[in-house]
Design a protein. Structure first.
Lengths: 234, 629
């Protein structure tokens, strides 16, 4: 397994947010984490990369227990994270944003560099010197993904990449994610949009009120309309 | 004409050092969000270490090498401070960070006296820059020309460093969103440490380069830090260009202010700063920050009025305190009066800070205004003591009404700096307006009338007023006004949305706090029989902050305990040791790191836990206070 999460519990202050989350991601797989707004998708990702301080449980990445490592060490180990709110460095140019994400090459993981990423996201290549603050939402979303890929991750947590994007940009996003998969990057993508998830994912988990309530292939999910209707708003 | 050009060039030369120190402060703030009060201390250390090194090693190489090595050595000390102290408080509220670094400043002040002695040290002239250049009959020291060139050179080097290196890109990214930088695999710890090292290096270099111009002394830290605060606030915290422009502006204002308005030269700079903050609160080159909710404390416990039993206990304590004159001598009673006065002062700041969420770094201004109010009424108008005590604090009220109106337009660090600047204006007026205030000599002979003159009577008077002040402020805390004030503190937007006029509420709180502080100052004038500009100085403002912090920022009346413990400890320390600042500074640092809740807060938390474990499993409040934005 590429990534195994077991018994993950997270808290914000006195509030218990995640309950015994368990996830598995295989080598080269694209797994969707589906759930409504506030179900715990982002908190799951933030907990995996160590951005939630108060948490317990096991996170195994490439056979190594990373539960107790600080965020930067987890990320350097090859577990990339693309946050939901994009969090572009608005004062920095496109190229500088990419520079922040750059990490040394890692044997066994897909390699990325500026030129390769500009091929994947041609829009970005046309605005290398533009400050991040003067880009559209879709361009910013591409830049966050590209920025994380500069770290040569072998697995990427993608938090709601289609949120707030126009249908045309969503199409480009699907192509980009499939291209990443082709390069050999394993991906966990959180989504509210089942149609988008179906286009890219091999398997899916459904999270509801901080608990995983379904796990299976996309076909299995389609065979259970009751589960789908109960936990996802369509 | 030539004279003005020379004056202009002198200003530019002064700007160089100021820019070095200010850019260091700005860089550190940008990334770590810490306003490093100890920056002046590092500046001073740079000067002292450079003095020793340049005396020890002769020749041009010894001099210039000594300057650079001194800056590097102080930077190494800075790294140590960052790793041992600051890393523990990066997530603390900004007030705690300011206080911890201020504690450090106090310690350094005593340490330099311990190592280098209390006398001014005059250093070597710079080899190769000993002479002066003739400019139409006016002399310009060639070292000044060197500094004038150095400023822009350093600006250029810093610009290249931040624009053209990976480290610079990372620092700029971290300035904007440090968690995201960590989420991209960058080790924040070392980034912070290296930024701090660079900032301290610049401060120490600024200090070291001053040796040929100025004598080295152990008070240069506070003088420079106030100027540097002004520079970064005018230029915009976090902006290096801003620091440069503002350093030049401030230095030129100083250089020409002294010619044009010799009487108000000190306050000219502060006036400019106040104007800039009101027009562009984030400084000339800074960026406005998104409004964030800032609680002065770490957690918010629900506050409640005292229960009947607790009220009885409070009255019992008051009765015991009132019995003191029957057992204690005159010295103890005088100390007791002073402590009671500082209880009034501390609770007034506590009201503004904890209830209002506005941490003022210049609260002593209103204390001092009250004191001067009494002194002027008593000496010039010859009013009776009761009238003076009632009318004197009105000067505090007036000052708070004027300054408070501007100050509450801001929040957080900028609020702290603006209040500090206002306090410095008031201090400067008291210091410079000799004909009215007596300047440095103060106003003497403000003695209480017969009925209050004996130590025991004055003690009862102070104690009574202190008790009254605490009770009245508590009543206000639990009044509708108090609720509105706390709502504004916790969420300005939400309270605005339910129809609370936040600014007016805060302004009112500022005026109340200023008036009560003025009352404390009025009593203090009678206790000491005199008033001096120091009654409104920075160190008194910081004393008040430490009292509040020591008692517990999150408590309703912790400041009472904080004032008693701190003042008693302070008086005892001064009588026991010559190194009171060293002990006091270490004490402040210790509280911030080890007991951020203060004495009362720690006790409350302890009692709360015991009560919780003894009562049967009550349903835990699943409030989301901390996640709310």
């Amino acid at each position: 397994m590429k990534l195994t999460v077991k018994d993950l519990n997270s808290f914000y202050g006195p509030a218990h947010i995640l309950f015994d989350i368990a996830l598995e991601v295989g080598e080269g797989e694209v797994v969707a984490l589906l759930g409504r707004n506030g179900a715990g998708k982002s908190t799951t990702f933030r907990s995996i990369v160590g951005l939630v301080e108060n948490r317990s449980g096991r996170v195994m990445f490439e056979g190594r227990d990373v539960s107790d490592l600080p965020t930067h060490a987890i990320v350097r180990g090859g577990l990339g994270y693309v946050p939901e709110e994009r969090r572009i460095f608005t004062d920095l140019t496109v190229e500088e944003n990419l520079e922040v994400g750059r990490q040394p090459k890692r044997p066994g993981a897909p390699q990325w560099d500026r030129d390769k990423l500009f091929k994947l996201f041609p829009n970005l290549g046309e605005m290398r010197g533009r400050p991040g603050g003067r880009m559209s939402g879709g361009e910013q979303q591409m830049l966050t993904i590209a920025r994380t890929l500069m770290g040569n991750p072998s697995l990427v947590l993608l938090d709601e990449p289609s949120e707030g994007l126009s249908p045309k940009i969503v199409e480009q996003m699907v192509d980009a994610i499939l291209a990443m998969k082709k390069e050999g990057v394993s991906i966990v993508v959180s989504e509210q949009n089942l149609h988008f998830a179906r286009l890219i994912s091999d398997r899916a988990y459904i999270i509801e009120r901080g608990r995983i309530c379904f796990g299976g292939t996309m076909a299995e999910l389609d065979a259970r309309p009751d589960v789908r209707d109960a936990h996802l708003s369509l | 004409m030539a004279f003005y050009v020379v004056q202009f060039l002198t200003g530019l030369a002064s700007a160089a050092s100021l820019f070095l120190v200010a850019s260091g402060l700005s860089i550190i703030f940008g990334v770590t969000r810490i306003v490093n009060f100890a920056h002046g201390a590092f500046y001073m250390l740079g000067a002292y270490v450079a003095f020793t090194l340049t005396e020890r090693f002769s020749g041009a190489f010894g001099f210039w090498g000594g300057i650079v090595v001194a800056a590097l050595a102080v930077a190494a000390i800075g790294v140590l401070v960052e790793m041992v102290l600051l890393r523990r408080i990066y997530h603390s509220p900004e007030l705690f960070q300011l206080l911890a670094t201020f504690g450090l400043t106090l310690m350094v002040e005593d340490l330099v006296v311990l190592i280098w002695g209390p006398d001014d040290l005059v250093g070597r002239r710079a080899p190769g820059f000993k002479g002066a250049i003739d400019f139409f009959g006016q002399n310009i020291p060639s070292y000044d020309l060197f500094l004038i060139v150095l400023g822009p050179v350093v600006l250029g080097v810093l610009w290249l460093l931040f624009q053209r290196t990976r480290w610079g890109v990372l620092v700029r990214a971290a300035t904007q969103d440090r968690d995201m930088v960590a989420a991209l695999g960058v080790n924040q710890k070392w980034l912070f440490t290296s930024v701090f090292a660079l900032g301290v290096f610049l401060a120490a270099l600024g200090g070291a380069l001053q040796i040929p111009r100025d004598a080295v002394n152990h008070a240069m830290d506070l003088r420079v830090i106030v100027e540097v605060f002004v520079v970064v606030v005018i230029g915009g915290l976090g902006s290096i260009i801003g620091a440069f422009v503002a350093a030049v502006l401030v230095s030129e204002l100083n250089a020409f202010g002294i010619l044009i308005f010799p009487k108000i030269s000190i306050i000219l700079v502060f006036l400019v700063m106040a104007v800039v903050l009101i027009v562009r609160p984030w400084g000339l080159f800074g960026k406005p920050e998104a409004p964030v909710r800032r609680t002065p404390g770490l957690t918010v416990n629900p506050w409640r009025p005292l229960t009947a039993n607790e009220r009885l206990a409070a009255i019992a304590v008051l009765v015991v305190a009132a019995a003191l004159p029957f057992v204690a001598g005159n010295y103890v009673l005088t100390v007791g009066s002073e402590i009671a006065i500082f209880v009034i002062f501390a609770v007034s700041l506590h009201f503004l800070m904890s209830v209002g969420g506005l941490a003022s770094f210049g609260h002593a201004a209103y204390f001092g205004l009250g004191a001067y109010g009494v002194a002027l009424l008593a000496k010039m108008a010859g009013l009776p003591m009761i009238a003076c005590l009632l009318l004197g604090p009105l000067l505090g009220l007036l000052g708070a009404a004027v300054f408070g109106f501007f100050a509450v337009q801001l929040s957080g660090v900028y609020f702290a700096m603006l209040t500090l600047a206002f306090a410095q204006i008031v201090w400067s007026i008291a210091f410079q307006w000799v004909s009215v205030t007596g300047g440095d000599n103060g106003i003497l002979g403000v003695w209480p009338e017969k009925w209050a003159a004996s130590p025991s009577h004055f003690y009862w008077l102070s104690l009574g007023i202190a008790a009254l002040a605490v009770v009245i402020l508590r009543i206000i805390v639990f009044s509708p006004f108090g609720f509105a004030l706390r709502a504004t503190r916790d969420s300005p937007l939400r309270s605005e949305a339910v129809g609370i006029n936040g600014k007016r509420i805060q302004w009112t709180a500022f005026v109340i706090a200023g008036t009560v502080a003025g009352l404390a100052g009025a009593l203090f004038a009678y206790l000491k029989g005199s008033v001096f500009p120091d009654n409104m100085g920075i160190s008194l403002s910081v004393d008040a902050l430490v009292m509040v912090l020591l008692g517990g920022v999150e408590t309703v009346s912790g400041a009472v305990v904080g004032a008693i413990v701190y003042k008693a400890l302070n008086i005892w320390l001064v009588s026991q040791t010559d190194w009171s600042k060293l002990v006091l500074g270490a004490f402040v640092v210790l509280i911030v790191v080890a007991f951020p809740k203060g004495i009362v807060g720690t006790l409350e938390a302890f009692l709360h836990r015991r009560r919780k474990s003894s009562s049967s499993a009550s349903p835990v409040l699943t409030s989301r206070i901390e996640t709310a934005e």
